[in-house]
Ligand binder design. Structure first.
Ligand code: SF4
Ligand code: SF3
Length: 553
């Protein structure tokens, strides 16, 4: 096993990355190895998906499958060996289908078909034992002895970045969005990564291409969310429990939440959001349900404690899932889509009656707590509507600086930096936030600047596009580049979605981003130096000195 894709990876003097029998996240060696085989098999599918396009052979089912199955290998998504293995065999079947069609088209056109490569000639063994023996040859760090750590780090940066983009593609697909140009580019990049390039320049360029592609993916995702559920509007959300039966919905998938809200109408069951589902309260198409009652808990790393004390079923619609056996709620948590944990009930399709039955059979909350309200819903449209007032306050000297403090949450103690930073940001500054890292400070009272709330919650990590749009609008209003704005970005990373959002920002030319709490273990010091020279990217240090530097801008 070798996996180094997330912030909690095991790094010791003897090992860089999770490489023993189990990853820090609970992913077993077996699952990790099967995930490597799955990725390799998918790259073979992408190879022929790209080639077949030369003859306009496009298969929508396969185009949807590849990013979805790739998403299953993202941190804290799928821990089930059987399902990962099933996806790998499916990828191989799809590869052969496309190959056949492509070669037939070549024959008709009198053209020589592309020669088989290692990845297209690879045949998955037909037993688990034999598969696991094959895994080492396709591990994500295969051939590490042949290349420098910098090259390997860049390969992984590209692979993990593309994985993040695949996750966002799948989120967009669920919302009914699809873009042929993105699909074609995605397959091309995925197949290219399987060639194991050792060209530093090309790999760096590819990382920027992935970031730029992801910008289009995020735009598509934003379009999907806002056409389906309307533009989020500033909305207050209670973060305390309300007496009554309850269902908790976590993850990023708004469609699942909508189905649950529809199916629980009139049952007396209250629906709570958790983690990255919090921004759902801002969407007109979702907040119209009065039983979308409140938000419960904080970010993913606290779920074993928080889910354990939730008196109803929990639905995990996407990342991030951690071991449900620790908090002893594995019999009342349900997974959806690509998410999986051995022994946990998985729901396919659109029928949530099992979840509803589970909610009715459990106690629910006995008492209502005294409400505590926070405000969400500063999506793209709301930000644009607020922009003239914000610009006026900047011109009047009442708003001096903007901070975007966003990204993933996590377990490490150093992450208190983000709480301390937001507390220390002067009162004449606005703070934009997005993704689950916001739970480090979103219940604090930041007040307002002449009616403009100082903390603006833009939404999920999926909504990074909205924050970029505000930055572009401000730059236009002040007739300068984004880098000239009094704007500082302080990001927190944990998994591969954050990696691709960072690549997107870099590909857009955004400079001087700070990232924390620690550097991705797959990035060498050399690579960080390159990113620092080209983009001014730095790691966070301490609140006082970082703030001083940022405010001096
Ligand atoms: Fe380790 Fe993270 Fe990979 Fe899990 S996802 S095995 S914690 S690097
Ligand atoms: Fe959080 Fe997983 Fe990254 Fe969507 S839910 S930001 S960590």
């Amino acid at each position: 096993m070798f996996c180094i894709q997330c912030e909690q990876t095991i790094v010791t003097p003897a090992a860089s990355g999770c490489s023993y029998s189990q990853g820090m996240c609970g992913k077993t060696e077996e699952v990790s190895d099967l995930q490597d085989l799955l990725i390799y098999a998918l790259q073979g599918t992408s190879f022929y998906a790209e080639k077949a396009r030369e003859f306009n052979i496009i298969d929508a089912e396969i185009d949807a499958f590849v990013p979805k199955a790739f998403f299953a290998t993202l941190t804290n998504v799928n821990f089930e060996a059987d399902r990962i293995e099933g996806y790998a065999y499916q990828a191989q079947t799809y590869r052969e289908q496309l190959k056949e069609k492509y070669e037939a088209a070549c024959l008709i056109a009198g053209q020589k078909p592309a020669e088989a490569t290692k990845v297209t000639a690879f045949i998955l063994a037909n037993s688990r034992e034999a598969l696991l023996q094959q895994a080492e040859s396709v591990a994500v760090n295969r051939g590490k002895e042949l290349v420098s750590e910098d090259i390997m780090g860049l390969r992984l940066l590209c692979l993990y970045g593309l994985k993040g983009a695949a996750a966002y593609m799948e989120h967009a697909h669920i919302l009914g969005q699809n873009d042929e140009a993105i699909n074609a580019q995605f397959h091309g990049i995925f197949a290219w990564l399987a060639t194991d390039s050792d060209d530093l320049g090309k790999l760096l360029e590819m990382s920027m291409t992935i970031g730029a592609m992801n910008y289009k993916v995020m735009e598509m995702l934003d379009h999907g969310e806002t056409t389906k559920y309307g533009h989020p509007t500033p909305t207050t959300v209670n973060v305390k429990s309300v007496a009554g039966k309850a269902i908790l919905v976590s993850g990023h998938d708004l469609c699942d939440l909508e189905m649950i809200l529809e199916q629980t109408q009139g049952t007396g069951i209250n629906v709570y959001t958790n983690g990255e589902m919090l921004p759902a309260h801002g969407y007109p198409g979702l907040k119209k349900y009065p039983h979308l009652i409140a938000n419960y808990g904080t970010a993913w790393q606290n779920q074993q404690k928080e889910f354990a004390s939730f008196p109803g079923p929990i639905v995990m619609t996407s990342n991030c899932l951690i071991d449900p056996n620790v908090g002893d709620y594995s019999d009342r948590i349900f997974t959806r889509s690509i998410v999986g944990w051995p022994g946990v009930k998985h729901i396919e399709g659109t029928d949530f009656s099992e979840v509803i039955e589970s909610a009715l059979a459990q106690d629910g909350f006995k008492y209502s707590e005294i409400p505590h309200e926070i405000t969400v819903g500063f999506g793209r449209n709301a930000l644009m509507n607020a922009a003239p007032a914000v610009i006026e306050q900047v011109k009047a000297g009442n708003i001096k600086h903007f901070f975007l403090v966003g990204g993933c949450d996590g377990d490490k103690e150093e992450r208190s930096y983000y709480t301390d930073l937001t507390k220390a940001i002067p009162e004449d500054c606005l703070i934009l936030t997005l993704a689950c890292g916001k739970f480090k400070f979103n219940k604090l009272n930041f007040g307002d600047i002449n009616g403009i709330p100082r903390l603006l919650d833009v939404g999920q990590c999926n909504d990074s596009y909205s924050a970029i749009q505000l930055a572009l609008a401000l730059a236009e209003a002040f007739d300068c580049g984004v880098n000239e704005l009094p704007l500082s970005l302080v990001l927190s990373w944990f998994e591969q979605k954050a990696i691709v959002v960072l690549l997107t920002l870099l590909s857009l030319g955004v400079k001087n981003i700070r990232v924390g709490p620690s550097k991705p273990a797959f990035l060498t010091d050399n690579l960080l130096n390159v990113l620092n020279e080209q983009f001014g990217l730095t790691m966070i240090t301490d609140v006082e000195s970082d703030l001083k530097t940022m405010l001096a801008k």
